[in-house]
Design a protein around this ligand. Structure first.
Ligand SMILES: [Zn+2]
Ligand SMILES: [Zn+2]
Length: 191
């Protein structure tokens, strides 16, 4: 049976350094897989991951599962929390695993492997069985819905559009844009 120690080299190479986030992440993913009785050494065809941070921990999820964001089976909710939910699309069973807040190495601890080896999963994780409601358009596979936003002319897939008095529009045109466009002369493209 593989353990988190078997993944350390790969995690260090992929992430760039070995940190508590990698160790916690590797252990969290292996715990999630074992709760769902999934074998970490096999391709994860039925696993969907919900990751609550875009920090170190998230890279460890890729190292163990190989699941990439473009496969639509990795969803990031940036709640800023060291937690992940593991959903088996086949059985719909799901577990959320979160790091407890009271165990962390002091700043001067250099042996992180030694530090985290002292604790059992039960000491460092809170585990809940959960239900993750999914819409058909959230599932992996071909797009279930595609609209063209009448305001910007861009296509929106997977039901990510919102209703307006003019019909379905994209989230950016609905006022949810994370960017602000510069004046037209700075843009490139057909007008
Ligand atoms: Zn890191
Ligand atoms: Zn639009």
């Amino acid at each position: 049976m593989v353990t988190w120690l078997d993944y350390l080299d790969r995690a260090k190479e992929y992430h760039g350094h070995l940190c508590s986030g990698q160790i916690l992440g590797l252990r969290m993913v292996l715990k999630g897989l074992s709760l769902l009785s999934l074998d970490p050494e096999k391709p994860q065809r039925d696993l969907m991951l919900f990751i609550e941070t875009n920090r170190c921990l998230a890279d460890a999820a890729y190292v163990v599962t190989g699941i990439t964001i473009g496969r639509r089976r990795l969803i990031m909710y940036n709640f800023g929390k060291a937690a992940m939910t593991f959903l088996d699309l086949n059985t719909r069973q799901a577990y959320r695993v979160a790091a407890t807040s009271h165990i962390k190495p002091a700043k001067d601890v250099t042996d992180l492997i030694g530090f985290w080896s002292q604790y059992a999963d039960e000491d460092i994780f809170l585990i809940q069985e959960v239900v993750v409601p999914l819409k058909p358009e959230d599932l992996p596979g071909r797009p279930q819905r595609r609209i063209t936003c009448p305001i910007c002319g861009e296509d929106v897939l997977d039901g990510r559009d919102v209703n307006s008095k003019d019909g379905p529009i994209c989230r950016a045109c609905a006022g949810e844009a994370y960017y602000k466009a510069l004046p037209l002369k700075r843009q490139i493209g057909p007008f």
